[in-house]
Design a protein around this ligand. Structure first.
Ligand SMILES: O=C(O)CCC(=O)C(=O)O
Length: 309
């Protein structure tokens, strides 16, 4: 854990967070802590929290050792493209900095998201069994499963959005699982959630539906139709959003084994990776639903970079 992380309370960054050229300042009163949940409270209580808050952060839901072992496996492959510091333990995920072969790293990543090992990670017994219960039936895992890495010291950050924008072709009873693959303290730029924004997402979606009445069926479900901002984002300006909606960005020190479930209407984003210990952020975001609900056919293929979904 970085020295930054030792000087502060959980969820209270000791340093300002950056995203898309803007600063989420610790001084601005627009940052709060994501509230953790002990998975042992049971599925009904978890479901209640999920509906109340738009998310539930399940602490140590998965076996941390297995998650770290998977981290090591992923980085041992990405090392071939020069991503990790030569000679270092892949499980640490230490960045080699510049000089990586981006094309090669992307190709390897596209192989990894098609691998049996990744499929198994997302469908492991604890998660699959829980999803069946949570979704009150047989759960379905969307084939398009995303794995992301973020090197420290780069500008990479996910702009604010809610997931339904990308999945309008099926049910809205979707659940996203965001899984940090390895410890991800707040300075490593994990997911941040706009407090109470699942209600905002519902309103925004209603407005988009009204504006889209004259579009073709295909355009209506597209995140890139003319009524959307570029990329389907709500905004890249996180501080402005917190002011505009008079709310806070909730941040967290994630640990290996944690799983966050979020509603398809919950607005979230990520901040830049400022890891003082040079660690690469690695995570996956995958979507589950009840198999009997309508499935967005566009997500029936593996994720490809630039697939415009
Ligand atoms: O990991 C990220 O940066 C973004 C993840 C995301 O957008 C999601 O979980 O829906």
């Amino acid at each position: 854990m970085s020295s930054l992380a030792l000087d502060r309370k959980p969820g209270q960054p000791a340093t300002d967070l950056g995203a898309n050229g803007k600063v989420l300042s610790t001084a601005a009163n627009r940052l709060g802590g994501l509230v953790p949940t002990d998975p042992s409270i049971g599925v009904e209580a978890i479901r209640r929290l999920y509906h109340e808050n738009g998310y539930v952060w399940l602490k140590r839901f998965l076996d941390p050792e297995a998650v770290n072992a998977f981290r090591g496996w992923v980085f041992s492959h990405l090392a071939r493209g020069g991503l990790v510091a030569p000679g270092s333990d892949p499980m640490l995920g230490l960045s080699a900095g510049t000089g990586l072969d981006k094309g090669q790293v992307d190709r390897i990543l596209m192989s990894l998201v098609r691998s049996v090992a990744f499929e198994g990670f997302c469908a492991q017994a604890r998660l699959a069994g829980f999803m069946d219960e949570f979704l009150c039936g047989i759960s379905y895992l969307h084939k398009r499963k995303i794995m992301r890495f973020t090197q420290p010291g780069t500008a990479t950050a996910t702009p604010a959005h809610y997931d339904l924008v990308y999945l309008r072709g099926g049910t809205n009873r979707l659940v996203t699982a965001w899984i940090p693959i390895g410890d991800t303290p707040v300075d490593m730029g994990g997911l941040v959630y706009l407090e109470g924004s699942h209600a905002l997402g519902v309103r925004m979606e209603e407005e988009f539906s009204r504006k889209s009445l004259d579009l073709s069926a295909e355009e209506r479900i597209s995140a890139f139709n003319r009524n959307m901002t570029e990329g389907g984002w709500v905004s890249k300006d996180l501080p402005e959003m917190a002011e505009r909606f008079n709310t806070r960005w909730l941040v967290a020190d994630y640990e290996a084994g944690d799983v966050v479930l979020h509603s398809p209407y919950m607005i979230h984003a990520s901040t830049t990776n400022q890891s003082a210990s040079n660690r690469i952020r690695l995570s996956t975001d995958v979507r589950y639903q009840n198999v009997d609900d309508e499935i967005d056919a566009r997500w029936g293929n593996h994720w490809s970079l630039g697939d415009m979904l």
